[in-house]
Write a protein that binds this ligand. Structure first.
Ligand code: ATP
Length: 263
């Protein structure tokens, strides 16, 4: 089940239109000449639409950098990022911001909700920022779908952690983005709330056809994804389809070993 990642560099045979995200030779280095750290070292990958992918790897392997570059929050030093076949990298800062607001959704470990705004107001924030029309019925529909139909007027401090993350998911869905990036979305939650959030992410993929990319350290969380991409030293070190908790934990333990090649 576990393969070295060379295959991911190939076309999936479904054509570019079916591709939600493509990275081509993306490189990112931090620091100056004498203290340079290569966080991403020529990462090439393609994710079909309607898939749920977990990104895993040791601390410092480049997971957050990959997410930031793929989501247009940071610019790679070289290489290109395509979302729905359109190149995100290369334009001006304003163009990048516009692209991101319309095509990308985010979910963060610490929710990143605005405390002074209600659940409904937090949810529509991306539409306001993108100067897009707000459809009240749609807002209610999405909040009901994430189990918060009766909390529209509540503020974040009146919600549990799991409920706050549900607001963040609703906020990520409201613009109908091509790709939703989640950075440790269950890292601050108890086991049960985490499971509910992971099921909700699965639902956004299976029912609503979204594409989700989730960075996680947790093999249990990763097991909810359709596949796992492993990073080591800024490079793709392997991928696993239909991951199980045990298989992911095993792969992580041996990341970088030659033993991976044959598993
Ligand atoms: N702003 C920065 N300035 C300098 N070095 C950085 C910066 N951000 C990341 N790095 C370095 O780049 C490498 C990759 O970091 P990154 O945060 O992407 O790893 P990660 O896999 O997300 O780690 P973790 O699991 O600990 O969050 C690390 O060596 C890190 O120290």
């Amino acid at each position: 089940m576990f393969r070295r990642t060379d295959r991911r560099n190939q076309d999936h045979g479904t054509g570019p239109a079916a591709e939600a995200l493509r990275l081509v030779k993306v490189t990112k280095t931090y620091g100056g000449a004498e203290n340079a750290v290569t966080a991403l070292d020529g990462v090439t990958l393609a994710l079909p639409r309607g898939t749920f992918t977990a990104v895993m790897g040791p601390s410092g392997s480049g997971k957050s950098t990959l997410l930031q570059c793929a989501a247009g929050l940071d610019r790679p030093d070289s290489g290109i990022v395509l979302v729905d076949g359109a190149e995100m990298t290369g334009g001006t800062e304003a163009e990048l911001t516009k692209f991101r607001r319309n095509r990308i959704g985010f979910i963060f470990q610490q929710y990143n909700l605005l405390d002074t705004l209600t659940v409904a107001q937090n949810t529509i924030l991306p539409l306001k920022l993108a100067r897009r029309r707000v459809n009240r019925a749609r807002v209610e529909e999405i909040l009901t779908a994430v189990g918060l139909g009766d909390r529209l007027g509540h503020r974040p401090d009146q919600l549990s952690g799991g409920q706050r993350q549900r607001v963040a998911i609703a906020r990520a869905l409201i613009t109908e983005p091509s790709v939703i990036f989640a950075d440790e979305p269950t890292g601050a939650l108890d086991t049960r709330s985490a499971r509910d959030i992971l099921r909700l992410l699965q639902e956004t993929v299976r029912v609503h056809g979204r594409t989700v990319v989730m960075v996680t350290h947790d093999p249990v969380a990763a097991s909810y994804a359709d596949s796992v991409m492993f990073l080591a030293d800024g490079r793709l070190a392997g991928e696993m389809h239909r991951p199980t908790v045990d298989a992911v934990a095993e792969a992580l333990a041996h990341l970088g070993d030659d033993v991976m090649a044959g598993v």
